[in-house]
Each structure stands twice: as structure tokens, then as C-alpha cells.
Design a protein around this ligand. Structure first.
Ligand code: 5RP
Length: 219
């Protein structure tokens, strides 16, 4: 089975968690795109929708959904999103698609966070996937120098501008043995908008699409 079929299966499994009257937060990426395309089938169970990116908002609208703002809905029921890596504690690396800031905000505001992935995303140690950091453009070089001191190799995602008008640095060669500490440490650097370690607010449930169907992990 190829990765995209596994992603589609994980997205389908997430539909079961959407109960009648749900206010749903929608992440960003190819796995979530499968989810969005399935949402019209369960339209009657969804009260309101909030989105983590311009791309997801556009696809939600194409599928007939109006998109509310987080300020309108407040803390809400359920956030569903993909990830670039997850460890067994459901701590994540996110931001491969560059939407990490709004994703982190929506994850924080959700009472439940379900992460949907294919089985290549489950790892022992976070960090093989280059860690995305959203930075203010004027702080890009300074943050790069701080990451070099932390033994990471920063690569500017040239030509990419986030929905918030910022830049992304992808940090290679980090071995993230303590995700909570790494998240807090990078967050403290002035000019960092968001680091793509999701450890302080990890996922509650991980749905992993594999060759034998979808496996569920909880913390
Ligand atoms: C976007 C993300 C995505 O969730 C992550 O990159 C996974 O993407 P995909 O579902 O396409 O594999 O964090 O910022």
C-alpha cells in the first residue's frame, strides 16, 4: 500500500471521532486534504469549522463549508491534523507545510487533538525530519546563528512566505531527545514565532495508517 492510501485511511478513521454538534479544527497538508474531502459526507455532525491555513480554508470552502475564526469559536471540541514525525509519547514535529504557527494555536485551543499519519511518520527519536521554525524575516540570520550553536544546521526555505508573512528555517541534524526542553529553549529566542516541536501540547490520539489498517495510539 502506498503512503497516500495509508494517509487516506488514517483520515477516514478520524471521521469516527467527530460527534454531532462538533466544532472542528482542521490542520494543513496532504493527509488533512483527504479528511476535508470526506467532510461533506458527515456535514450534519459538524457545527462550525476553524482552519489552520489559507490552503485548508480554500479547500474547505470548495467543499461547501463556511470557515469561522478562532476568536469567534473560542476553545473548541476537536482538532485534527497531520504531522511530519511522532514519537511514542505523541510529541510531534510539524511544519513541513509551513503552517505550524496557526496549527499550534488551533491545537492549543482544542479540547482534543487527533493526529493522522501514515506509518513512516512514527519514529523513536524526533529530529530526522528537519525541524521547521517560523521566524520574523529580520531575525532569520540571528536565529540561524543560535541554531548553529545548538549543533543544528539551519537551511532557509528560500522563496517560501508563511500565511503570517514570515520565513521558515529548517533545522537539520538535531536529535531531539527532550522535546519539551527543546521546544521551550527555541521558543525563548527572540524573533522565533513558532518552533515545530509540538510537545507542550502533544496529540491526544494518533491514528496511524499502515499495511494492515489503522492503528490507534493514546498517551
Ligand atoms: C503542515 C504540517 C503537516 O501536518 C505535515 O507537514 C504533514 O503533512 P502531510 O500530511 O502532507 O504529510 O505540519 O505545516
Amino acid at each position: 500500500m502506498d503512503a497516500s492510501e495509508k494517509k487516506r485511511n488514517a483520515a477516514k478513521a478520524a471521521l469516527e471521532f467527530i460527534e454531532p454538534g462538533t466544532t472542528l479544527g482542521v490542520g494543513t497538508g496532504s493527509t488533512v486534504n483527504f479528511l476535508i474531502e470526506m467532510l461533506p459526507d458527515i456535514r450534519d455532525r459538524i457545527d462550525r469549522v476553524v482552519s489552520s491555513s489559507k490552503a485548508s480554508t480554500a479547500l474547505l470552502k470548495e467543499n461547501g463549508f463556511e470557515v469561522a475564526t478562532l476568536n469567534e469559536v473560542g476553545d473548541y471540541d476537536l482538532y485534527i491534523d497531520g504531522a511530519d514525525e511522532s514519537n511514542k509519547r505523541l510529541q510531534l514535529i510539524k511544519g513541513g507545510g509551513g503552517a505550524l504557527t496557526r496549527e499550534k494555536v488551533l491545537a492549543e485551543a482544542a479540547r482534543r487533538f487527533i493526529c493522522i499519519v501514515d506509518d513512516t511518520k512514527l519514529v523513536g527519536l524526533l529530529g530526522s525530519f528537519p525541524l521547521p521554525i517560523e521566524v520574523l524575516p529580520m531575525a532569520q540570520e540571528m536565529v540561524s546563528r543560535r541554531m548553529l550553536k545548538m549543533r543544528g544546521q539551519p537551511i532557509w526555505r528560500e522563496g517560501f512566505v508563511t500565511d503570517n508573512g514570515n520565513h521558515i528555517l529548517d533545522i537539520h541534524d538535531l536529535q531531539i531527545s527532550n522535546p519539551l526542553e527543546m521546544e521551550a529553549r527555541i521558543n525563548r529566542i527572540p524573533g522565533v514565532v513558532t518552533v515545530g516541536v509540538f510537545a507542550n501540547r502533544a496529540a491526544d490520539i494518533l491514528l496511524i495508517g499502515g499495511d494492515d489498517g489503522v492503528r490507534e495510539m493514546r498517551i
